[in-house]
Ligand binder design. Structure first.
Ligand SMILES: Nc1ncnc2c1ncn2[C@@H]1O[C@H](COP(=O)(O)OP(=O)(O)O)[C@@H](O)[C@H]1O
Ligand SMILES: [Mg+2]
Length: 68
């Protein structure tokens, strides 16, 4: 699997679900996916892993941030 480069552990179920959504989106069936969890749970990191994979597959990746 393509990753951001650093060690990324676990999250197989989440990544499988996100990758399935990515493949559907790239086939023209986009949808919204939300990652929810406590601060530090790994939402940003998981998003970065998905973004790296999406970029590798040629998808346009747009990244937004929101201050607290
Ligand atoms: N699955 C993971 N494997 C390795 N490190 C992780 C993983 N998930 C999160 N981390 C690390 O834990 C820290 C907090 O994760 P982060 O994605 O910033 O959390 P959140 O966005 O949910 O607040 C970061 O340093 C991140 O790189
Ligand atoms: Mg975050």
């Amino acid at each position: 699997m393509v990753t951001t480069g650093g060690t990324f552990v676990g999250r197989q179920r989440e990544m499988a679900e996100l990758q399935a959504a990515l493949q559907e989106a790239m086939a023209g069936h986009g949808r919204v996916v939300m990652l929810v969890g406590e601060p530090g749970a790994g939402k940003t990191r998981t998003s970065e892993e998905l973004a790296a994979l999406a970029q590798q597959l040629g998808a346009a990746v747009l990244w937004g941030r929101c201050p607290e």
